[in-house]
Ligand binder design. Structure first.
Ligand code: SF4
Ligand code: SF4
Length: 320
């Protein structure tokens, strides 16, 4: 048995110990491959990204102004074991929520990771950055978010902004925005190709897994739209993929949330649904092990993956 086969065998043994069969894993890889917009012929290659990664890619995960919901979302992925799978291909070198170190030791860990993995690590940013008055409205370890981002981001091989706040400022940047909060790209004046946006409140973790798998598979970031989102996940509107769409076409609109018409699948447009102007893959990727997603559960889409949706798409329960 050569080294690669041995590595694969060990990988499947580790999965089995967690109660995950090879069949479960291949089912997940088939789903992930479809989510990434690749043909079925790529399933084995995607599986290989997890099973036979020669070296785990280091990750530095930064927290700025946010609720940590994006981290929660990734750590509670739709399959209970996908978070562990992510840790098979990534080596999380710094992450304030899950690392054991605290205080000065945590700061030292960050500096060590930057020195050791300069130009090699993926930097994942969660949360918005204060830019007013030198960025004093958001600090960690005695440094402003702005200083931390300026120190870390230029040293990364790739930068991913996860969640509405890191991408476009989120609720922190909603008017009147007294702290001058901005998304990472805007705060650091980055070009579109220098950062990948995975917006959502929170984003679906499958889109992070798909982005990382894409990066490891093709050694490049996926194709992006004009606001920095990967087309494989954000290429179509919610409206274009919505199971309530036929009722929209027939003019059948639910009169209230929880009404019999809403339960029968009628369209939620008159209850404020922003599906027609929102790009995301919620109807196909779904949440909670593929159980459901907001519109299927009877709640209008509020447009959480659109730039600055708090200001542009509210008040949420009024039709546009
Ligand atoms: S519920 Fe929303 S996304 Fe679905 S068809 Fe109606 S308007 Fe479009
Ligand atoms: S349905 Fe709309 S608001 Fe809900 S998670 Fe998807 S994009 Fe965000």
């Amino acid at each position: 048995m050569d080294e690669k086969e041995k590595q694969e065998q060990e990988f499947y043994e580790r999965l089995e110990k967690r109660g995950v069969t090879r069949r479960d894993f291949m089912k997940f890889c088939t789903f992930l491959t479809a989510t990434m917009g690749l043909s079925a012929s790529y399933v084995a290659k995607v599986a290989n990204v997890f099973a036979a990664t020669p070296k785990r890619t280091p990750v530095v995960w930064l927290h700025f102004a946010e609720c940590t919901g994006c981290t929660e979302s990734v750590l509670r992925t739709m399959y209970p074991w996908v978070d562990e799978l992510v840790l098979e291909i990534l080596s999380i070198e710094y992450h304030e929520t899950i690392m054991a170190a605290a205080g000065h030791q945590a700061e030292e860990n960050l500096q060590e990771a930057l020195k050791k993995y300069k130009g090699e690590f993926i930097c994942i940013c969660e949360g918005a950055i204060s830019t007013k008055d030198g960025g004093v409205y958001g600090k960690i370890g005695g440094r402003t978010f702005l200083e931390v981002a300026k120190d870390v981001v230029p040293k990364a091989a790739a930068v991913v902004a996860i969640g509405q706040c890191a991408c476009y400022g989120g609720v922190q940047a909603a008017a009147p925005n007294p702290g001058g909060f901005k998304g990472v790209k805007e705060a650091l004046n980055l070009k579109r190709r220098e950062i990948i946006h995975l917006p959502g409140c929170p984003p679906n973790p499958i889109n992070l897994v798909g982005t990382v798998a894409n990066y490891l598979l093709f050694n490049k970031l996926p194709q992006l739209d004009s606001v920095g989102r990967p087309l494989f996940a954000y290429g179509k509107t919610i409206h274009d993929q919505c199971p309530r769409r036929s009722h929209f076409e027939m003019g059948e609109f639910a009169p209230s949330i929880g009404s019999p018409e809403a339960d029968m699948g009628w369209c939620l447009y008159e209850l404020g649904c922003r599906g027609p102007m929102t790009y995301n893959n919620c109807p196909t990727a779904k949440y909670n092990d593929g159980t459901s997603w907001p519109v299927e559960a009877g709640h209008p889409c509020i447009g959480c993956s659109e730039p600055n949706f708090w200001d542009y798409l509210s008040p949420f329960y009024q039709p546009m």
